[in-house]
Design a protein around this ligand. Sequence first.
Ligand code: GDP
Length: 140
Amino acid sequence: MKERTLSIIKPDGVSRNLIGEVIRRIEGQDLKITAMKMILLSKEQAKGFYAVHKGKPFYESVTNFMSSGPCVVMTLEGEDAIKKYRKLMGATNYKDAEEGTIRREFATDIEKNIVHGSDSKETADFEIGYFFNNLEMMDR
Ligand code: GDP
């Protein structure tokens, strides 16, 4: 089924010049980028994005990290886009991620793991709406 998902190249990916590397892998999986921008999240905006994690021990830390520098946010479209992109990213903890995944190859700790991807259709709808309006998304 054709789906949309939200992808973020996190501040560590941007500062380490991995934007091109991540995009090359996305396009290599036949996922289409249908919206893209670079943004610097405020702490409040990062907290809103990760609101599902409110109360967890890493909430303060991950929202500090996500607001520490620019991110590249994109919507991706394609067959099974949500699962396909999660597979490309690898597990949250890079130590558990499969060989060849973005996180396994580039992440440096469980938090600084280079990329974000929506984990379900409901999450994707919320996350895409958090960053983009309809005018900013191409229909491809
Ligand atoms: P994801 O869907 O694979 O990104 O994982 P989660 O939704 O569970 O967590 C969101 C983000 O919070 C992760 O991508 C990490 O950047 C960070 N994170 C998750 N677990 C931990 C943890 O145990 N410690 C720290 N410091 N950060 C974490």
